[in-house]
Write a protein that binds this ligand. Structure first.
Ligand code: AHM
Ligand code: MG
Length: 457
């Protein structure tokens, strides 16, 4: 659930929806830009220089600690020496081993420590919300930029995660579904702790699926970690950002990265048990929170999604509004007319984390496609679709918009939406064929534009 009162857009396409109130001038200026990326005029050149300067200053301060990225290597818990027979492999132990093997640096280790502690608190809050009643349940009274009601737990969990991440001292920037714009450490009171040390960008949705939370139904936290260094090369700058101040510019440049730049990503599912599932680019692992010792314990050392499933998961109430290829695909697998000849079953919670978790373990497909009302679907690229796509790919699955790999799409807006179809490799490939056959020129154009960094809604 998002709380923002406005999207923080960069260089939108001519057809972009107007959305400017709070951040006003800088954002409007950026939205007025006809396209992004080319930096051909002098204003753009000056803006680029500002960005480059801000980024370089941050990078320069960190140069001494820079370490080369480790060679690909999987972490095998069977090789850990001296694992406690009582606790098994805790998350802390696992990450320390990953650090020893050079798979993650100590900064990522610190960020994971924060996520671990914050999500334990969120798990407790979600579990005890019915007992706390008015303190934790119900609406906060605000409406976000998408016109959605803000839940009390959205606000509280965002705060828990944000503070935990800030105090690591290892993040330069963070972006949350619950914030209007990326939060640079130096823009807020805690800045002095972070400003000179941060080299990672954390994106997160603290309480995804929160419309379910008052009913005690599964919800989750989604997170992704980018390296700020990678932004310099990959972040295509807008043509008109001269009105942004240096911190804002630096934040945006560091935050708007495609999913393929992710260093780590994962989710925590708050359900019958609390499950932390993540990737650090070496496959996918799953931990379960053992409340008796207050630790995440390794329960799934290597998660691989089955290559085929028999379940599809999407809000079928929208079927008449979906893009035609997705409508046809679903109709076919419902009736056993797909490649396998099996009739697929529908399972849908309406909490992405819960639906993706089941898809990951049982196989099949989860989707939130575009529809006539939401031309880019509902789910957010940066902190929902991209982290989940990284995770699914690392588990042997696929994630696509129907047309392109989600991980390849360059975000131009922190809260940009994207259609998504993810799951078992063969199921997603089958679905993709329906899109490839489509002759709809508008659909093709929308899909192609996304890859070029042009958003249409
Ligand atoms: P939220 O971030 O505001 O909670 O919205 C995201 C959620 C996803 O968890 C879920 O997949 C989707 O919204 C469900 O939407 P719908 O109710 O339209 O099916
Ligand atoms: Mg969400």
């Amino acid at each position: 659930m998002a709380l923002m009162t406005e999207a923080f857009a960069l260089g939108a396409a001519p057809t972009v929806q107007p959305a400017a109130r709070l951040i006003s001038q800088p954002v409007r200026a950026a939205q007025d830009a006809p396209t992004r990326g080319s930096l051909s005029n002098s204003a753009a050149g000056a803006a680029a220089a500002v960005v480059a300067g801000a980024m370089a200053a941050r990078r320069g301060a960190r140069q001494a600690n820079a370490r080369p990225r480790a060679a690909l290597r999987s972490i095998n818990p069977d090789n850990f020496s001296g694992v406690c027979e009582q606790t098994g492999v805790t998350l802390n132990r696992y990450m320390i081993e990953a650090n020893r093997q050079g798979v993650v640096d100590s900064d990522v280790l610190s960020v994971f420590n924060s996520i671990r502690e914050a999500t334990k608190v969120i798990s407790k809050l979600v579990n005890t919300a019915p007992l706390a009643q008015a303190e934790l349940l119900g609406l906060q009274g605000e409406v976000n930029v998408q016109g959605e009601d803000q839940k009390k737990l959205d606000v509280i969990t965002n705060d828990v995660l944000k503070k935990a991440l800030k105090y690591t001292g290892k993040l330069g920037t963070m972006a949350s579904e619950e914030e209007d714009e990326p939060v640079s450490a130096s823009l807020e009171g805690l800045g002095s702790v972070l400003a000179d040390t941060g080299k990672y960008v954390c994106v997160f949705d603290p309480l995804d699926g929160s419309s379910n939370v008052d009913a005690g139904i599964a919800v989750g936290t989604i997170f992704g970690i980018f390296s700020e260094e990678a932004a310099g090369a990959a972040c295509d700058l807008p043509t008109n950002i001269k009105d942004l101040d240096d911190d804002q510019v630096s934040c945006l440049a560091a935050t708007l990265q495609p999913g393929k730049n992710l260093v780590a990503a994962g989710y925590v599912l708050y359900s019958c048990s609390t499950e932390l599932v993540f990737t650090i680019g070496r496959g996918v692992v799953g931990f379960t929170l053992d409340n008796s010792i207050g630790e995440y314990v390794l329960t799934r050392p290597s998660i691989k999604i089955p290559p085929r499933g028999k379940i599809y998961s999407c809000n079928e109430a929208n079927i008449d509004k979906w893009d035609e290829p997705f409508q046809q695909y679903i109709k076919d697998i419902q009736m056993g007319k797909g490649e396998t000849g099996d009739k697929y079953s529908l399972r849908y919670i309406g909490s992405m984390v819960g639906d993706v978790h089941r898809t990951l373990l049982y196989g099949g497909l989860f989707a939130y496609p575009a529809d006539t009302k939401n031309k880019d679907g509902k789910l957010r690229l940066l902190y929902e679709a991209a982290p989940m796509s990284f995770l699914l790919e690392q588990a042997g699955g696929l994630a696509t918009t129907g047309h392109s790999r989600v991980m390849d799409i360059p975000p131009v807006n922190v809260h940009q939406r994207v259609p998504i179809v993810l799951g078992s490799k063969e199921d997603v490939e089958e679905c993709k064929k329906y899109y490839e056959k489509s002759e709809d020129p508008k659909l093709k154009e929308r899909c192609a534009n996304r890859l070029k960094g042009l958003v249409t809604s």
